[in-house]
Design a binder for this molecule. Structure first.
Ligand SMILES: *Cc1c(COP(=O)(O)O)cnc(C)c1O
Length: 431
């Protein structure tokens, strides 16, 4: 499979190059030349396949010839080694729980797959690969965990001091070994700007073999389509496919679902569920695309003003808005409604939502009110304990930490505190 650059269609690269470069010329995202359609033999055995076997079949065309079949199989076995259950919340709505991985959020899937690919690509090179990433919270933990102890790869994570949750900070700063955390006395945007400047710095590029673990990387994006297949394997109605509601920020997750659908996965309709950062829902309603600066909300992993993966969705639908609208609806859910939803679902069904899952649940519930013959799935992208203060305040009760987290919370934080200064940052990473 070759990938072309959406901003420079003559640039075509293989999977390995796309994964190492992250993005192409003119900051373009890479896109597969052709979406593979799954053969009838795949569907014949669909219900017997293990998660790894299914991932192997679906992802194989995307990674050839950069990975051998054996390499791919090992990678998907390690990536999908935790449960991804579909849980009934009520008669019409099920939750796809994506939070049973090591850092309790769905980003574990993309980060684990990508880290293992880059680990392989870094082999037999004299210089170490340095992964540089800025995080507002969940990405850093998933990337740190995914790359931990991977040979030949050094990871440097920048995070804004005092602006990530306590659990998130511990996940970033307690691993050690090949993972270094830098606490920046600034905002997430400052961290992001330092990383961008580093990638534009030719002197640095010559001294270090740098790559980014940004969510637009194909090695993070492509494996995310797998849990839509795992959901359908657990879906009991063989006649009516599900409506799927996805809590969306940068739109990588939902874009992976739309890709799975084009490969042949039965899905009735998609809902892009957003908080008040709702540029895409507004576009789907009005046909006007007006990005705005991000505003802070309770579902902070979705506080994105300019969703970077949306260009891939437009490409999937051949730049046709009517085609897109027939398959994708948008919904906007405020913080107030998010809290009310956490309360109502807990009271009525004894099911605890995190703020991101609550946004998606609410959007799905509203959609089904107008489509009474349909049923659906929402993606629960994080464990409620990752956003414990919000959930405790909503429910007026204490929530017990799972054991893995109590151990983590006792671990020693190790991070270097730096000012927002490129010179300081550069000499730090060169030392
Ligand atoms: C990153 C994240 C999202 C948003 O996913 P996108 O792929 O950026 O749309 C939603 N929920 C949680 C918990 C996240 O960490």
């Amino acid at each position: 499979m070759l990938y072309y650059n959406l901003n420079d269609r003559d640039e075509k690269v293989d999977f390995k190059t796309a994964a190492i470069k992250g993005q192409g010329n003119k900051k373009g995202l890479f896109f597969p030349e052709k979406v593979p359609v799954l053969p009838a033999t795949f569907w014949k055995h669909f219900h017997q396949l293990s998660k790894a076997e299914m991932a192997f079949e679906v992802l194989r065309p995307y990674v050839q010839p950069s990975l051998t079949e054996q390499q791919l199989f090992n990678i998907v076995e390690e990536t999908f080694n935790f449960d991804i259950p579909l849980v009934n919340v009520n008669e019409n709505i099920s939750s796809l729980e994506l939070f049973h991985g090591p850092t309790l959020a769905f980003k574990d899937v993309g980060a684990r797959f990508m880290s293992r690919c880059l680990g392989l690509f870094a082999q037999n090179r004299a210089d170490k690969l340095t992964v540089l990433v800025a995080t507002s919270g969940d990405t850093g933990g998933a990337v740190a965990n995914g790359f931990y102890d991977v040979d030949g790869v050094e990871v440097i994570i920048l995070y804004p001091s005092g602006k990530v949750s306590e659990v998130q900070e511990k996940q970033l700063t307690t691993l050690g070994k090949n993972i270094r955390a830098i606490e920046i006395k600034g905002t997430f945007d400052d961290c992001q700007a330092l990383v961008k400047q580093a990638f534009a710095d030719e002197e640095l590029q010559q001294k270090l073999f740098l790559t980014s673990a940004n969510s637009i990387n194909v090695a993070r994006w492509l494996p995310q389509q797998m849990y839509y297949f795992f959901a359908y394997q657990q879906w009991e109605d063989s006649v009516n496919p599900p409506v799927i509601s996805v809590p969306s920020g940068n739109f990588g997750n939902i874009c992976a679902g739309l890709l799975a659908q084009q490969s042949g996965l039965p899905v009735k309709h998609f809902i892009a569920a957003c908080n008040i950062n709702d540029v895409v829902p507004r576009y789907l309603r009005s046909g006007k695309y007006t990005p705005q600066p991000a505003q802070a909300t309770l579902s902070n992993a979705m506080d994105v003003g300019i969703p970077s993966n949306f260009v891939r969705i437009e490409e999937l639908f051949t730049q046709s808005l009517p085609l897109l609208q027939s398959n994708l609806s948008g919904a906007t859910v405020t913080d107030k409604i998010t809290i009310e939803t956490i309360q109502k679902v807990y009271a009525a069904y004894d099911y605890m939502l995190d703020p991101h899952g609550a946004v998606a649940y609410k959007a799905l519930e509203d959609y089904l009110k107008n489509h009474r013959e349909e049923k659906g799935i929402f993606l629960e992208t994080a464990h409620p304990v990752k956003f414990i203060s919000t959930v405790e305040q909503a429910l007026h009760k204490k929530i017990a930490l799972p054991e893995s987290l109590s151990i983590l919370m006792k671990a020693q934080k190790k991070a270097d505190l730096l000012d927002v200064s490129y010179d300081e940052f550069k000499s730090y990473i060169l030392s």
